[in-house]
Ligand binder design. Structure first.
Ligand SMILES: [Zn+2]
Length: 285
């Protein structure tokens, strides 16, 4: 969900450009899209809707949901653009979507605003779909019922998308929001990342335990597997992010660290500005 996998393959089907940003569908997307349309269609059919109308409902909900994920990613991408960071592409995949940004935020404030923009779009969409579902009179015709059910499903899906992405684990938006806060408090990008990565590892482990509990209590295999897989990915990504800044020598563009070049933390790491302007963090592990 959200932009969970930063390293899902680049091999996707290009479907066009929005605001100059290439939009692609990862091959895993077709799998989850088929599954989504199938399960929503059968839910509508089980509620007594005729097959064609049920299929239309399935396509509307699934299409609306993938459109909502796209809007979430565009929220990140267009906010990043305000800070001069281009987005190479937005890809939809089995876990949701990912916006591939061509640069990193240079200040905690930029990181906070870029990360929060996605969940803000999702929560706003949840409110909008909820109001639409309330505004339409239900119970008049079966067709209208399908439309109302579509809107309330999309309201719920966007609410889950917005809240889930606020969990404080890399590479979820909440992990980046936590890092932005720690980065600003500690005045150190690497220290903020290190702590946020530890929290993220815990969140990933927690999600895997939750998935095991859900499977044991309800026997819901599909959703438990999905939750467990997301927990695993969060744990791995958090660990990778921690290792990235914890490696002995790590270079990135200058200006990234607040007070760039001047930082030195007793005994564990020091920051050196190279003649070419790059900042190198030397860790003593
Ligand atoms: Zn996001």
């Amino acid at each position: 969900m959200g932009h969970i996998l930063a390293n899902v393959g680049n091999h996707g089907v290009r479907i066009g450009r929005i605001a100059g940003i290439r939009i692609t569908l990862d091959w895993t997307w077709f799998f989850i899209a088929t599954l989504a349309v199938g399960s929503i269609t059968s839910a509508f059919a089980a509620a007594g809707t005729g097959f064609l109308l049920a299929l239309l409902g399935g396509l509307l909900v699934a299409g609306g949901f993938f459109g909502s994920i796209l809007a979430h990613e565009l929220g990140h991408a267009l906010t990043a653009r305000r800070f001069g960071i281009r987005t190479e592409s937005i890809a939809l995949h089995v876990f949701g979507g990912v916006a591939r940004l061509m640069g990193e935020p240079r200040t905690p404030r930029q990181e906070l605003l870029i990360s929060a923009a996605g969940p803000a779009v999702s929560l706003a969409l949840a409110g909008g779909f909820w109001l639409l579902a309330l505004a339409l009179p239900a119970g008049l015709t079966i067709g209208l019922n399908v439309v109302v059910a579509t809107f309330s499903n999309l309201a719920y899906a966007n609410l889950v998308l917005g809240l889930f992405n606020l969990l404080p684990g890399f590479p979820l938006d909440g992990g980046r929001i936590l890092r932005a806060w720690l980065w600003s408090r500690k005045r150190s990008y690497s220290e903020g990342t290190r702590i946020a990565a530890k929290v993220g590892e815990g969140v990933g482990l927690g999600l895997m335990c939750l998935a095991a509990g859900l499977l044991f209590m309800t026997g819901a295999f599909g959703s438990s597997l999905m939750l467990g897989a997301i927990g695993f990915v969060v744990r791995q990504a958090a660990r990778a992010e921690g290792l990235r800044v914890g490696s002995r020598v790590y270079a990135r563009p200058s200006g990234h660290e607040p007070g760039g070049g001047g930082e030195s933390r007793g005994g564990t790491a020091r920051v050196v500005r190279l003649p070419d302007g790059r900042i190198v963090i030397v860790h003593d592990i």
